[in-house]
Write a protein that binds this ligand. Structure first.
Ligand code: NAP
Length: 310
């Protein structure tokens, strides 16, 4: 079957590269599309201290380079191309990337999710240097600091509550005067003496430099129009995530938010031969180690499927 890959993997975060490692070691010579952010979300963080096996911590980009090198050592072929479309109505499946069409007996989608951002230049500059989208990953670095969490949903409540384990004070900045979060999560946050709320407000600028970190934010009250500067040392964004499933829209079953649906605790999708893993499936855990774990599951599910075919 020349020209047809046994396994095509889309995405190179912890999930995609773990699939690549396992599939390569199973001698399946996987073709891996790196996409617009090779290495995934960890490449925009600095220190990673919660990935097992690195007692001293490791920089996110370095960790992902190690993931890639390990997969390539066993024969994974990494292409620096971005998948724009797929056709799962034909066999072999078609994957379109950078104007070319690739054929695969199986496809594993590991395209992750992107944390929504406020769209500020200062936020981009300071991401990983005092601005974060993951309290579990970065909260530990903010012992006795004053922080803000932006958002009014369950994530904002969960993250602000979690951050009070480390921070001196956490202020939740929300653009309305009512939370979207579930009652129980709201109550927990309201009861926490370290959490206060800044209502009807948005962050219009983040003050700081990469070397010295975040020094404060400029908040705008959306009712009065007034702005004020608030000195804080960390900004946590909890304004939602977008699963990166748009290239597969119409081809595969997703939930209403765009997360790919998998079956019975496996990585199988509604299309036999197409598997999905990592954050494009998971809106609950969103950790590098859980993504890597489901990547391993996808490779094993895929191997079993191919055994049945051949
Ligand atoms: P979400 O429910 O979509 O909430 C996002 C929040 O961010 C909303 O309050 C929204 O404001 C605000 N927001 C959105 N864009 C913004 C912007 N550009 N500027 C300022 N604020 C902005 O997202 P989520 O909290 O991540 O939750 C996602 C899903 O996961 C939900 O179904 C949630 O229940 C679930 N979840 C569950 C748990 C749990 O049960 N333990 C924990 C986390 C998440 P508005 O309210 O004004 O729209």
């Amino acid at each position: 079957m020349s020209g047809v890959y046994e396994v095509i993997i889309v995405g190179t975060g912890p999930a995609g590269l773990t699939v690549a490692l396992y599939a390569a070691r199973a001698n399946l010579k996987p073709l891996v599309f790196e996409g617009i952010q090779p290495g995934g979300q960890l490449t925009i963080t600095t220190e990673v201290e919660n990935y097992p096996g690195f007692p001293e911590g490791i920089l996110g980009p370095e960790l992902m380079n190690k993931f890639r090198a390990q997969a390539q050592r066993f024969g994974a072929i990494c292409l620096n191309e971005t998948v724009s479309k797929a056709d799962f109505s034909v066999k072999p499946f078609k994957i379109m990337a950078d104007g070319k069409t690739y054929l695969g007996e199986t496809v594993i989608i590991a395209t992750g999710a992107s944390a929504k951002s406020l769209g500020l230049a200062s936020e981009k500059k300071l991401m990983g240097y005092g601005v974060s989208s993951c309290a579990v990953c970065d909260g530990f670095f903010f012992k006795d600091k004053d922080l803000i969490v932006v958002g009014g949903g369950d994530s904002a409540m969960e993250e602000s509550t979690f951050l009070t384990k480390f921070a001196r004070k956490v202020s939740v900045v929300h653009r309305r005067d009512k939370l979207r979060a579930s009652k129980i999560m709201q109550e927990k946050a309201f009861k926490n003496p370290k959490i206060d709320f800044i209502w009807n407000s948005e962050v219009v600028d983040i003050i700081g430099e990469r070397q010295s970190g975040v020094k404060g934010v400029v908040l705008k009250n959306l009712v009065t129009g007034k702005t004020m500067e608030k000195p804080i040392q960390g900004v946590f964004l909890a304004i939602g995530h977008t699963p990166n499933s748009e290239s597969f829209r119409g081809q595969i079953e997703t939930d209403k938010l765009g997360y790919i649906m998998t079956k019975n605790g496996t990585t199988a999708t509604n299309i036999p031969g197409v598997f999905a893993c990592g954050d494009v499936v998971d809106h609950r855990y969103r950790q590098a180690v859980t993504a890597a774990g489901t990547g391993c599951m996808a490779a094993l599910d895929c191997e079993k499927y191919l055994e049945g075919l051949h």
